[in-house]
Design a protein around this ligand. Structure first.
Ligand SMILES: Cc1cc2nc3c(=O)[nH]c(=O)nc-3n(C[C@H](O)[C@H](O)[C@H](O)COP(=O)(O)OP(=O)(O)OC[C@H]3O[C@@H](n4cnc5c(N)ncnc54)[C@H](O)[C@@H]3O)c2cc1C
Length: 368
């Protein structure tokens, strides 16, 4: 075998997994069809679970220094304002970060590239799997106009929602929810802040949720999650539709008078919720390739990073012959599922309508 592990996809899940396996002394080939640094369609709000993995990787300080930490969760809910300090078990992780993917993924990618046991190929698109004796044993990829191939004991798809591995291998879905919402976002400069505190702002109005988060490069991310019935109008005129929506928010609109939109308005209305069986003979899936959630809850990065960390431990046990493939991979499956279950169910359920959630939050505080 040329490598212990080949990983397809080098963003949150792939770069984190590659670096952790490399740290354990395993030989890794990390392939991505993109050239880094590069952006991807995603807002980018993450919390203690991802921070924990970045700490394990040794990149927490680098990630933290790239964007302003937010320590207060500020919510406007249909006329009420409710704010809470950010919670985490560890005192030093009591903040959220919002870092553009061009910045976050580049930090993770460079960290993996610095690991001597990790070899990286960019602009390398995996097109086929090498299968031998009923097992996945390698990949064939196109790069600079030519085809290449390599073999490994394990091939991992960290290749996102449109995973090539999943397309070829067709793992069963363990749970599925239809697309319920769309999300559109852009970046602003010059939004008047609420006050001096480091706020992560959520504006809940009916079944729409608007996010206002300070991000890297002195920008503010502004995103809107709306019911899927509004997708057609957002898709037709994203800028006009977004501006009309922001103008309707009582505690945001007046603060936009001197603000300027400095990026294209982008979005998606095709993100379902599902979980797939994440392994088979010689292969595993991690990150969005394994589990997708509607982005309204902003949990994909936390889950991709945490599942990568769990998978790294399972693969390490397999590669060092501490336990069999079936034992280590069913452990990965069970641990990842256990870790994600509550958030996955909550995200999928409330994607259909956020109002029962916000109503319960107000009720709990005696506000309705
Ligand atoms: C509109 C939107 C907003 C979101 N907002 C948030 C948010 O605020 N917070 C949050 O936590 N999550 C958010 N998410 C979810 C988040 O983007 C994902 O959960 C996260 O990107 C998963 O990371 P990943 O590493 O698994 O996959 P990805 O980031 O999708 O990376 C997959 C990589 O695989 C590569 N690849 C794919 N196919 C191949 C191939 N055949 N050969 C080689 N390379 C390949 C791609 O080039 C890509 O670089 C959002 C998603 C969307 C769509």
């Amino acid at each position: 075998m040329d490598y212990d592990v080949i990983i397809v996809g080098a963003r949150v899940a792939g770069s984190a997994l590659a670096a952790l396996l490399g740290q354990h002394g395993h030989r890794v080939l990390l392939l991505d069809k993109a050239q880094f640094p590069s952006d991807t369609l995603s807002t980018h709000f993450f919390r203690a679970p991802a921070l924990r993995v970045f700490e394990r990787l040794g990149v927490l300080e680098e990630v933290k220094s790239a964007a302003p930490p937010m320590t207060v969760m500020w919510n406007y809910i249909d006329g009420h304002v409710v704010s809470d300090p950010v919670e985490a078990h560890e005192e030093h992780l009591r903040y959220f970060l919002c870092e553009r993917r061009i910045t976050l993924d580049w930090i993770l990618f460079q960290h993996a590239a610095r690991e001597p046991n990790v070899e990286i190929r960019q602009g390398a698109q995996v097109r086929e799997l090498i299968q031998f004796d009923g097992r996945v044993a390698g990949v064939r990829w196109s790069e600079a106009g030519g085809m290449n191939e390599a073999t490994a004991r394990v091939v991992v798809g960290a290749d996102g929602i449109y995973s090539t591995l999943a397309k070829i291998l067709g793992p069963a879905f363990e749970s599925q929810f239809p697309v319920r919402r769309c999300m559109y976002y852009t970046y602003f400069q010059g939004i008047e802040p609420l006050d001096e505190a480091a706020f992560a702002e959520h504006h809940f109005v009916g079944d729409t949720l608007t996010y206002v988060f300070p991000t890297d490069a002195h920008l503010t991310l502004v995103a809107v999650s709306a019911p899927i019935s509004e997708f057609a109008s957002f898709k037709k005129e994203p800028l006009k539709r977004l501006c009309a929506h922001l103008a309707s928010l009582p505690l945001l609109a007046p603060r936009l008078s001197k603000a300027e939109i400095v990026a294209e308005v982008k979005g998606a209305g095709n993100i379902p919720c599902y979980q797939r069986v994440p392994y088979g003979h010689g292969w595993a899936l991690v990150g969005d390739a394994h589990q997708i959630m509607d982005p309204w809850s902003g949990m994909g990065i936390d889950h991709a990073a945490t599942h990568a960390s769990i998978l790294a431990d399972s693969l390490h046990r397999f590669l060092t012959d501490a336990a069999s493939w079936d034992v280590t991979m069913s452990d990965y499956h069970a641990q990842a599922r256990r870790w994600s279950e509550k958030t996955y169910r909550r995200t999928s359920t409330y994607a259909a309508d956020l109002r029962p959630m916000t109503h319960a939050a107000l009720q709990k505080r005696g506000l309705v």
